[in-house]
Design a protein around this ligand. Structure first.
Ligand SMILES: [Zn+2]
Length: 234
């Protein structure tokens, strides 16, 4: 194939990328893709998190990205609970899209239980359109070509229906290990075992066994390999 496949993952908060599509990220990396993660909102401020400093938390995020093999992790650091969908934040994402020019894009599915996840879904679908248009020159002059594939992942609300399942049997331990890098989050709940259980359930549901991540297909080009991990292989 000509050139490296670029993948962009938009995560509302640190660790949403790991939970939603960490196995698929590791699989893209295995296949030689370059994965960029954008984390839109900064860490949640709660009394439970007071024991962790900002730099410790940033180190957890970096460690998780390294385990998955993420090429670049960009934090917008928008304020949690005060996050609004401004023109500025749209343009920030358009700028990244026009720079990375991803063939595959991951974002939260459209009906997650968390309001900030739904906002980031809306932000990303809008920015995808903006980045492909001839307008918004202040966010980069060259419009982005349409991605081959846009997939919605699940975090806090399992999807009742999905259109695509990715087999992550070979990546489940990497995904769990990346989750374990978020030591501060595991103090609240056993998310590492939670994501293993969800992947196991999705594996049974989609293939009868193994581990899987499932997705809402939000946009799919007619390109034959469509950009899924392994799709560029012969
Ligand atoms: Zn989140």
């Amino acid at each position: 194939m000509n050139g490296v496949t670029d993948v962009l993952v938009v995560a509302p908060h640190p660790d949403d990328d790991v939970i939603g599509c960490g196995g698929s990220i590791a699989k893209h990396v295995r296949d030689g893709a370059r994965v960029t993660v954008v984390i839109v909102i900064g860490r949640e401020r709660s009394a439970l998190d007071d024991a962790v400093t900002d730099s410790q938390f940033a180190a957890e995020t970096q460690a998780a990205a390294k385990i998955l093999g993420v090429h670049r992790c960009i934090s917008f650091d928008e304020p949690s609970r005060d996050f609004t969908l401004s023109r500025r934040v749209h343009l920030d994402l358009v700028r990244v899209l026009r720079e990375v020019r991803p063939q595959v894009v991951y974002l939260p599915h459209d009906n997650d239980d968390d309001v900030e996840h739904r906002m980031v879904h809306q932000l990303t679908t809008e920015a995808l359109w903006m980045a492909q248009s001839d307008f918004f020159q202040e966010a980069g002059e060259r419009p982005m070509p349409a991605p081959r594939l846009v997939l919605g992942y699940e975090v806090w609300a399992p999807m009742a229906r999905f259109q695509y399942a990715e087999d992550i049997d070979g990546q489940i331990e990497t995904k769990v290990e990346a989750m374990r890098a978020y030591v501060s989050q595991l103090r609240h709940a056993a998310w590492d075992e939670g994501i293993r259980g969800l992947a196991r359930y999705r594996g049974a549901l989609s293939a009868g066994s193994g581990h899987a991540e499932v997705f809402q297909v939000l946009s799919l080009s007619t390109h034959p390999s469509a950009g899924v991990p392994g799709g560029d292989r012969d």
